[in-house]
Design a protein around this ligand. Structure first.
Ligand SMILES: [Ca+2]
Ligand SMILES: [Ca+2]
Length: 242
């Protein structure tokens, strides 16, 4: 049984016995959030050596964590995280998360049909939303491929962000997103490389890289390619609604 269900059952029991739905002091509350991710870029916002290109994201995978992390900084990427970061194919990673005890719940953010970049890229101006129900001591994690790359994703910190905000508060957390190179495919110039989604011959095409999951410094990868500042093209807000 999930912690949320256990909590819900506990609240019901308290209601029946003490006519109160408030959790005992010090216990986590049930909380609900509306989460909105917007690609705020305009068309042709990316300057490359081959001309201008749109900034596009793949749908993301979000998760509510009871502990631990969504991915392991410094570790080797699983084949499912590789698929998320190389091809915007989120299905395998979602299946992996659903089998992990420290992940209370997880789903796709940004695809009303299917789960992948090919199904539903998040284009300039697109807005995607999800509502989550969680506990106030849990954390929220998110990862999505930066689609004009070989194996770069944008993600919240691996341990997620806190969900113990004030009721009705809205927080903007784009500044907490960072680029991560998951270390499975050698990087080419963003939006120019032939082995990136939309251009590659098949999923997974590209030169193998035996690296680790590494956060980019100053929006620049180890090969020297620069990426646009995330807060310049993403708005990510969490509003606590319950
Ligand atoms: Ca790479
Ligand atoms: Ca590739």
């Amino acid at each position: 049984m999930s912690r949320l269900k256990i909590m819900a059952a506990s609240v019901l029991l308290l209601s029946a016995t003490a006519c109160s739905s408030s959790p005992p002091s010090g216990q986590p509350e049930t909380v609900s959030y509306e989460i909105v991710l917007e690609n705020t870029s305009t068309m042709d916002a990316l300057d490359t050596s081959a001309g201008k290109a749109d900034i596009v994201l793949a749908p993301g995978v979000w998760a509510v964590l009871t502990s631990g992390t969504l991915f392991e900084a410094g570790g080797s990427a699983s084949t499912s995280l590789e698929a998320l970061a190389e091809d915007g194919n989120n299905g395998p990673f979602l299946i992996d998360l659903k089998g992990q005890d420290h992940i209370d719940q997880s789903e796709i953010l940004g695809a009303s049909h299917g789960t992948s970049y090919d199904d539903a890229p998040i284009l300039p101006g697109d807005v995607v939303t999800v509502r989550i129900d969680a506990l106030s001591d849990q954390r929220f994690g998110l990862a999505a491929m930066f689609a004009h790359s070989n194996d770069i994703m944008i993600a919240l910190p691996p341990e997620g962000i806190a969900l113990d905000r004030e009721l009705d508060s809205t927080i903007e957390v784009a500044a907490e997103l960072a680029y991560w190179d998951v270390g499975t495919e050698q990087n080419e110039e963003p939006a120019v490389g032939a082995n990136q989604p939309g251009k590659q011959s098949e999923a997974g095409a590209g030169d193998v890289e035996s690296g680790t999951i590494t956060k980019l410094d100053n929006n620049e990868d180890a090969a020297g390619f620069a990426y646009p500042a995330i807060a310049d093209f993403v708005r990510l807000t969490l509003k606590r609604v319950k």
